[in-house]
Design a protein around this ligand. Sequence first.
Ligand code: ADP
Ligand code: MG
Length: 740
Amino acid sequence: MASLDEPLRGVVGGKAAVRAEKAFGLRTTGDLLRHYPRRYVRRGELTDLASLRDGEDVTVFAQVAKVTSRRMKARRGRLLEVTVTDGSARLALTFFNKVEYWERQLSPGRHGMFAGRVSTFAGKRQLAHPEFKLLAADDADKAAEYAAELIPVYPATRDFSSWDIEKCVRVVLDTLGEVVDPLPQDVRERHGLDGLTTALLGIHRPADLAEADRARTRLKWDEALMLQAVLAQRRRAAAAQPATARPPRAGALLDAFDARLPFSLTGGQRDAGGIIAADLARGHPMHRLLQGEVGSGKTVIAVRAMLQVIDAGGQAALLAPTEVLAQQHYRSITDLLGPFGQAGRLDGADQATRVALLTGSQGAAARREALLDAASGAAGIVIGTHALLTEHVQFADLGMVVIDEQHRFGVEQRDALREKARGTRPHVLVMTATPIPRTVAMTVYGDLDTSTLTELPAGRSPIATHVVPAADKPRYLARAWERVREEVAAGRQAYVVCPRIGGEDPGPGSGADGRMNDADDPESFVGQDEEDAGPRRPPLAVLDLAPALADGPLAGLRLRVLHGRLPAEEKDAAMRAFADGLADVLVATTVVEVGVDVPNATAMVVMDADRFGVSQLHQLRGRVGRGSEPGLCLLVTETPEGTKARDRLDAVAATLDGFRLARLDLEQRREGDVLGAAQAGRKRSLRLLTLLSDEALIRQAREEATALVEADPELATHPALAAAIGSLLDEEQAEFLEKT
Ligand code: ADP
Ligand code: MG
């Protein structure tokens, strides 16, 4: 059996090995063979030159149309300009030295591959000093054979071109024997998959596209099965850990709470609640992801679960991503509990517990009291931001951890909180309102069980969303402010959201405010298009817009500002004033994005809406339409019609389906970005697999992997698979260490 661990140096030679390592970190024959072609072209097939973008590193197939050379004005020597064509669009290739040499080779009519970085010079698309390789002039006899031959196009760099890679791959493949296959034979047979050797040959030098396809599918299976096997092992290991069982107790706090609840639970809430109640009653830790649209009522489910834990003698911690949200949770949970949250106070009920709030910036006295209540066990529920993760915070008996809006927290933070439980591990409930496409849930959150709330509580009104083209139709913007005034006149409230704080603001994405309380989250800017990459004015800022509105279109209304740089008390005061109806309009950054709940707020105007991501806009608009009055969301933008940015806004306006928008978001971001920093290394292990289009394959691989791990947790009977997983994990670990 051939090994894929052989250093490249010995096989392809020192020079190529150095380039391969420098360009892509490829060290072994296996690394090289897993550097797959991006696509294939047939000889004679030309690249669509009109689709090239500035700054892209490309390998194009084109035909030489024209060759001119001239003496340069500014410096000595001659400039050679070769125009190549795909039959319609043209691209200039420029060469500054060895002009005669290049000129002799690049005669009009020749076909070739040209590689370089696209730039624009004097209005013309060009590749300066491209690498190139001319294809042999067609021999009439061999024409048919040639035409059928597929040429692989590899991700390449300037120093390690697609054809360099092709050459190295050929050397490796020519000397390769049969390689060890990590996919168990019965899995291969069940799904009609090729062996690894066949697949590697098939992906690098397919006879036709069908063969390349078969090879890709098989190699995707490698990725999917290994990933799912790792996740299955993690789930199994986690499930094997002991946890204190917290079964429900009749006639206690939870029952009293239910009796007080001013509404009845939706079917979805009852189902998810029942599953969670059963999880908590088991002697192993729960690891559950609860996802549900904005406003679907996740908090109530979490509170009920926390009460079950308290009834069983434990404590629960609720971790929120921002102070605003922690404070809001504190208020709404205290309200929901009423006398049952006031233990030891005059108006406390008999069975009551206490709710403590811990934030980074609260006063010393309040903090001391909260810490004491957590440590003594007097507080059944402890709510906080990442301040909860610090070492000073101790619990008497932490039985459950609830993490709200998971996408802001990394796995390490989840773990840090888990460590707070002495002895056994706490049950963990993760809540997110960012709809996660199923395949992402199966991969990124693959170590969690999932529950999804699909219905909204009855009586919710729909949110109408409109795009307001401020540049082409200034009148529409004026109308937007009138709408805000109308809502306020009707006794309701409005949000105005800006992408930036302003003032001393060092600029978007600087992270100066710190991640957790940061309004100017760099995520806000993921959606920017390259097509309008020219100098743009800075995004609108809260501190500029608020006074302008107060003196202009919203004169006479009660305005408050809210952003991440305000001290905690001021943030809380602003939020509270707005919640209590003491302000008509809240001019804010994305601090209002997550979870903020003011049912009387019915309108939202998002300024420079194109600066936000699709899912983020969807989150934002979830802030309105939480009461019985219909919600209105106006997306103000200066981007012209027909641009991608504008299309994205139209998509948000056209649907309220968060899952569809999440898919759209995913399509527009790179997979690695979606997987996030917390999943370091996973990028590398997902080369072919695309989370969106490979859903069926991922699901099948998950079933196979789960079965394999259940039958044989250490995969002792599948040594090749176990070894492949081992080196994958090493690689992830190494990459993670490099990053930190
Ligand atoms: P999210 O899932 O976005 O966190 P919340 O838990 O904040 O949603 O719930 C949004 C609002 O809906 C809250 O005011 C909550 O009290 C209310 N709510 C939750 N469940 C129901 C229900 N079954 N019927 C009516 N209102 C509900
Ligand atoms: Mg919420």
